[in-house]
Each structure stands twice: as structure tokens, then as C-alpha cells.
Design a protein around this ligand. Structure first.
Ligand code: PLP
Length: 379
């Protein structure tokens, strides 16, 4: 089946008793067992919930994986993935990651004996050079946030092949509609479902998709043991959101391309970072690895004062953290999402005080342009 069909139908069965076409919200903590020693496969709702199971099957199918496990947030999903490792294990991770992932690795997991090396993963030689005997995981994010740098997933997998190193990809920015890391050789895909998968800015959640029964069993065990499950109501919301993933992503992509090209023509915009622009240094790789470019764009205005003047002026584009919703969200990485990244790293990566990030929504693109033009005029 095509992916738009899978978004709607994969893992979704009509409910057994009534035939309800939509999987109901099983808002229960436990299940009555007909007799001692016999149950219907459902014992306790941290362990099993039919609403969550339906979403987990659906997301596993979309990412072309074998098992899905849903969590209370993207960070809970990433934390659970890292618990596949043991103290003393070494991880190679991207130097330009989601700030919350860096915080988890650097401020929490290091205390439990995990070691991390951060490299520019867009350079496969840098990945190769960081491998140690204790390396057990390669952790990638592509495109990166907010610089929109692309890592070649297939080449990275090849670089660590045959050494017992798991490749994990955070696919939040592209969604399985535009990029499927497992088809490129990744072992595990994680998402913040808060973003494009749910798509409506009304739920926080995460998912881990695995490629083997062994990995799926380990994640399932950890999910139940540590307990940060996605609630039945949030599972329902994300399932509902995913049904329109295909049409939403097409529109995010169409609007994203148009806004990026338009921004690139504005004399007051110093630089635009968007993999869909021919001048993006990895445009060819992006075209090969992704089937669209999506709605995430960053651009440089030149100074903090200009960024502030611009952000204070936008009306339709809402100033706020997060991304991937139907509404356009605009943010200032230095003071919002990337405040905890050391200044030297920020400067090296290009995360300057004049940088603005936009998550282009699916509004009428002319309305978005008019709002942005009005704010640019204030500079
Ligand atoms: C938001 C985000 C996360 C964290 O997800 P939460 O749902 O906020 O916990 C992880 N990775 C990326 C790329 C994100 O954008």
C-alpha cells in the first residue's frame, strides 16, 4: 500500500464489539480476568492498552519497522532508547542536535557511565574517526535543528557496519512521509510525535520504532519497566493526526519551498538555510535521501536587534517553541531552544543572535508572505 493509505489504515482494525471505524479510547487502568490464570491478553494498562497498540502498529508500519512503542514525550522515547546501553558504552552523536537530547546525554546519562563523542555527522570520516572499541551506538538527527544540515544516513550506516554499533535516527523533522531511515539501514527510529506526526499542537508524545524482534522486546520491556507510556487519549489524538499526515506534509512542503525561495530574494535577509534551495550545500544529497524538503526553514537577519524587531512584528506567524503543527510557528533559537548549547559551539554551527527559525504551517501561503513582508519592512 502507499504511505497515504497506510497513514489511515495500517494497524487499524474496526472495534470488535460494535464495529466502530475509529479505535476507541480505552480509558481504563486494568482489565477483568475471566478466571485465575486466564486473561484476554490485557492485564494492566501500563503494559497493554488497545488504543496505544493501534498507534504503535501504525507508526511501525509507516517507518517500515517491525515494532513501535509510544511514550509520554519525545524525550521519554529517546531516554528509553539510550537504556538499551550499559554503563561504559560509548555513543557517537551529532554536534548539532535537538537541545533537549544534548541535555539528556550530557547532564543525565553521563552520570550513569555512558560516554559521548559529538561530531559533525555530515562528514562520514568524522564518524569513522570517532569509533572506539566501546562504541555501541551512532545517534543521528537529519536535517539538524536549526541549521538544516543533512547527514547521509546510508553512508553513516555503512561506516559503522559490522562492529555491533546500533544506528538510531531522530526522524522528527521529516516524518516518515519524506524520509524513512530504516529503508536506508538504520536500526532504530525515534520521533517526538508532538511535532509533525500529531501535527495539531495539542499533544506531547514520542515513539521508538525498531527493526528486529530482539530490539522490540528490549524496548517493550524497558517501556513497561520504566513506565513512561503514552496515555490512551494522547494515543487517540496522534492516531487521528497521522491520518492526515500525507496531505499535511505535502502542503508543509509546498508552502516551505515557496517561503524559502521568497525569503532568499529579500535583500534584508542575509542567508536562508533550507535543503530545498539549490544553493544549500547538500541539496543533491537532500534530493536523494528525502522525497520532500518539508516546512522547516532558518534564516539570518544579521543581529539580535533585527531578529527582535522582526519577531515583535509578526502577527499570523506565532512566536513560540515547537514545530510541525498546522499553524506557522516562529522562534529564536539562541534565546529559546538552544540557550543551553555552549556559546563556542553555537558560533561554530552558525546559531547566531540574528538567526530565526520558522516552522511553516499550512495556511494560505500569500497570507504568510504578507505577514513576513510586513515584519521585514520593520527592519
Ligand atoms: C521536540 C523534539 C524532541 C523532544 O520531543 P518532546 O516531545 O518535546 O519531548 C526530540 N527531537 C527533536 C528533533 C525534536 O524536535
Amino acid at each position: 500500500m502507499g504511505i497515504a493509505t497506510d497513514c489511515i489504515h495500517a494497524g487499524q482494525e474496526p472495534e470488535e464489539v460494535t464495529g466502530a471505524v475509529t479505535v476507541p479510547i480505552f480509558q481504563t487502568s486494568t482489565y477483568v480476568q475471566p478466571e485465575l490464570g486466564r486473561h484476554k491478553g490485557f492485564e494492566y494498562a501500563r503494559t497493554q492498552n488497545p488504543t496505544r497498540f493501534a498507534l504503535e502498529r501504525n507508526l511501525a508500519a509507516l517507518e517500515k519497522g517491525k515494532h513501535g512503542h509510544c511514550f509520554a514525550s519525545g524525550m521519554a522515547a529517546i531516554d528509553c532508547t539510550m537504556r538499551l546501553l550499559d554503563g561504559g558504552d560509548h555513543v557517537i552523536a551529532g554536534e548539532n542536535m535537538y537541545g533537549g537530547s544534548f541535555r539528556l546525554f550530557d547532564k543525565v546519562l553521563r552520570r550513569f557511565g555512558l560516554e559521548f563523542t559529538y561530531v559533525d555527522t555530515s562528514n562520514v570520516d568524522a564518524i569513522r574517526a570517532a569509533i572506539r572499541p566501546a562504541t555501541k551506538m551512532l545517534y543521528l538527527e537529519t536535517p539538524t535543528n536549526p541549521m538544516m544540515t543533512i547527514t547521509d544516513i546510508a553512508a553513516s550506516v555503512a561506516a559503522v557496519k559490522g562492529r555491533g554499533i546500533l544506528t538510531v535516527v531522530d526522524n522528527t523533522f521529516m516524518s516518515p512521509y519524506f524520509q524513512r531511515p530504516i529503508e536506508l539501514g538504520a536500526d532504530v527510529v525515534v520521533h517526538s510525535t508532538t511535532k509533525y506526526l500529531n501535527g495539531h499542537s495539542d499533544s506531547v508524545g514520542g515513539v521508538v520504532v525498531t527493526t528486529t524482534d530482539e530490539l522490540g522486546q528490549k524496548i517493550g520491556f524497558l517501556q513497561n519497566a520504566a513506565g513512561a507510556i503514552l496515555s490512551p487519549f494522547d494515543s487517540f489524538l496522534v492516531t487521528r493526526g497521522v491520518k492526515t499526515l500525507a496531505v499535511r506534509m505535502r502542503q508543509h512542503d509546498e508552502n516551505g519551498r515557496e517561503i524559502a525561495a521568497w525569503l532568499a530574494k529579500q535583500p534584508k535577509i542575509v542567508k536562508v538555510y533550507y535543503p530545498g534551495l539549490p544553493e544549500h550545500p547538500q541539496h543533491e544529497l537532500a534530493k536523494r535521501q528525502m522525497s520532500g524538503f518539508g516546512g522547516m526553514i532558518s534564516f539570518e537577519l544579521g543581529s539580535y536587534e533585527k531578529a527582535k524587531a522582526f519577531l515583535d512584528k509578526v502577527r499570523l506567524c506565532s512566536l513560540g517553541e515547537s514545530l510541525g503543527g498546522v499553524e506557522t510557528l516562529i522562534s529564536h533559537p539562541v534565546s529559546m531552544t538552544h540557550g543551553s548549547v555552549p556559546v563556542e559551539t553555537r558560533e561554530k554551527l552558525g546559531i547566531t543572535p540574528g538567526l530565526v527559525r520558522i516552522s511553516v504551517g499550512i495556511e494560505d501561503v500569500d497570507d504568510l508572505k504578507a505577514d513576513l513582508a510586513n515584519a521585514i519592512a520593520a527592519l
